[in-house]
Design a protein around this ligand. Structure first.
Ligand SMILES: NC(=O)c1ccc[n+]([C@@H]2O[C@H](COP(=O)([O-])OP(=O)(O)OC[C@H]3O[C@@H](n4cnc5c(N)ncnc54)[C@H](OP(=O)(O)O)[C@@H]3O)[C@@H](O)[C@H]2O)c1
Length: 243
C-alpha cells in the first residue's frame, strides 16, 4: 500500500486554477495520468498544459463546463477514449457568489447549484461505467456547508447537498469496491484576492492562525485517491486548520 498513483487514471474537474490546479499537479507528480477541464480559454489553461507536458505525455486539458450536461457527456467520452478506465474522479469545479438571500435570483441559484452539485452528480453518472474495483471518487465540498454563512445560502445548500450525494453513493457503490468521500476545505489562499479585514477575521477564527494553501487540500485528496485510504468511504474530511 502506498501513496504513489503509478498507472492510475484520474479525472479532475476545474483544474486550471486554485485548488484544482494543485490537485491535478499533485496527482500527476504521484504518477497518475490526468484529464482535467476548465471553462475559459486563456493563460491558466495553457500554463497548466505546459506544466503537465513536462510531467508526462498522457495528461489532457479539455474545455468542458460541468454545469452543461452535454459537456459532461463529452468529458466522460474523452476519458473513455483516452484512458479506457478511470481510478480517480475529483469533482473540484465550483462557483460561488455573495448575494443577500432576498436578492438571489432563480438564475443565480440555478447556476451555483448546477456547477457545485448537479455537475458533480452528472460527472459521477457519466464516468461510472469507467470505474472499477478500488476506484475513488472525491467531491470537493466546503467547511461552510455544515456551518452556514450569510450571503452564500445557495452555495452552502449546494455543498451540503454534496455530502448527502456522497453518503448515498458510498452506500450504493461500496459493493463494487468504489469509495466516495468529501474533502471540505476551510478558507484557502488562491489567486482570488481576499480583502484584508476578511483575512484578519479568518486568522482569528482558525486555530492555526492562518489561511490554508491549495497544496494542503491537494495532499488530502492524494491520500483519499490512494490505496492508503482503502477503508475510508462516505466520510467528510474537513481541511480547515481547526476553524
Ligand atoms: N478557495 C477556497 O477558500 C475554498 C474554500 C472551500 C471550498 N472551496 C472549493 O474548492 C473548489 C475549488 O475552489 P477554488 O477556490 O480553487 O476555485 P477557483 O480558484 O475559482 O478555480 C476554479 C476552477 O474551476 C474551474 N471551473 C469553475 N467552474 C467550472 C465549470 N462550470 N466547469 C468546469 N470548470 C469550472 C475554473 O476554470 P475557469 O477559470 O475556466 O472557469 C478553475 O479552474 C471549489 O469547489 C470551491 O467551492 C474553495
Amino acid at each position: 500500500m502506498e501513496l504513489r498513483l503509478a498507472g492510475k487514471k484520474a479525472l479532475v474537474t476545474g483544474g486550471t486554477r486554485g485548488i484544482g490546479r494543485a490537485i491535478v499537479l499533485t496527482l500527476a507528480r504521484a504518477g497518475a495520468d490526468v484529464v482535467t477541464c476548465y471553462r475559459q480559454e486563456g493563460e491558466a489553461a495553457e500554463q497548466l498544459a505546459r506544466e503537465l507536458k513536462e510531467l508526462g505525455d498522457n495528461h489532457h486539458v479539455i474545455k468542458a463546463d460541468v454545469g452543461v450536461p452535454g459537456d459532461v457527456t463529452r468529458l466522460a467520452e474523452e476519458c473513455r477514449t483516452r484512458f479506457g478506465t478511470l481510478d480517480i474522479v475529483v469533482n473540484n469545479a465550483g462557483s460561488i457568489s455573495h448575494i443577500p438571500f432576498a436578492e438571489l435570483t432563480a438564475e443565480e441559484w440555478q447556476r451555483v447549484i448546477d456547477t457545485n452539485l448537479t455537475g458533480a452528480a452528472f460527472v459521477v453518472g457519466g464516468t461510472l461505467p469507467l470505474l472499477g474495483e478500488g476506484a475513488s471518487i472525491i467531491n470537493v465540498g466546503s467547511r461552510v456547508a455544515t456551518v452556514g454563512v450569510p450571503l452564500r445560502a445557495h452555495y452552502t445548500a449546494a455543498k451540503a447537498g454534496l455530502i448527502g450525494l456522497t453518503r448515498s453513493l458510498a452506500k450504493e457503490l461500496g459493493s463494487r469496491g468504489i469509495r466516495v468521500n468529501v474533502v471540505a476545505p476551510g478558507p484557502v489562499e488562491t489567486e482570488i484576492d481576499i480583502p484584508a479585514p476578511v483575512r484578519e477575521r479568518y486568522r482569528n477564527l482558525i486555530a492555526l492562525g492562518r489561511l490554508g494553501v491549495s497544496q494542503e487540500i491537494a495532499n488530502v485528496v492524494l491520500f483519499l485517491a490512494s490505496d492508503l485510504a482503502s477503508f475510508v468511504s462516505g466520510e467528510t474530511i474537513h481541511v480547515d486548520g481547526g476553524i
